[in-house]
Design a protein around this ligand. Sequence first.
Ligand code: GDP
Ligand code: MG
Length: 183
Amino acid sequence: RCADMNDIKLALLGSRGAGKSAVLVRFLTKRFIGEYASNTNSLYRKRLSIDGRQLNLEVFDPCSQQNVESRCILEEPVDWADGFVVVYDISDRLSFLNAKNVLCQIKEARMESCKSEADVPVCLVGNKQDLCHVRQVSEDEGRSLAQEHKCPFQEVSAAEDHQEISGLFTKLIRGVMEHLKHR
Ligand code: GDP
Ligand code: MG
């Protein structure tokens, strides 16, 4: 693993419409466009430097799926990715339930494939904070779900904010670097 220590692979997971692509594009470009291709899988690459280290970041942004009923949408990214960004929409309760489901499935799939209980680096994102007047998920619920899975959590707005999204990705990437070091 040493040779590609500086390659970091992340995958985004979550309900259709939760804002996975918007959050990712915001992180990568600092911009919010409004509409994002949803019928293809995309792989984004970016070079960035964190804590003085040059990293090649690859992020898998899957095409929009319905809520995860089965394991299948997870299979590819779970084996490929070093870490996961799980996104839900705070104004959509179903997307939160789906995120819960996804977090459990990541854990299970990883335990099967790695036979290890080491926590997979994951972060939980409650997106569309600008829609808090029509909120269906409280911030506390998000926070406690994240605590259950021992992962960083942040409510963000891809539409309005860059800083928080960037901070969360940085935290996750640090977690991934730690994780890879101990493998
Ligand atoms: P994906 O299917 O999870 O990739 O979701 P998209 O990134 O395509 O976003 C779905 C829709 O939600 C689009 O119309 C976005 O413009 C909108 N959206 C994404 N993020 C936000 C946000 O933070 N606030 C608001 N109000 N809308 C957002
Ligand atoms: Mg998308």
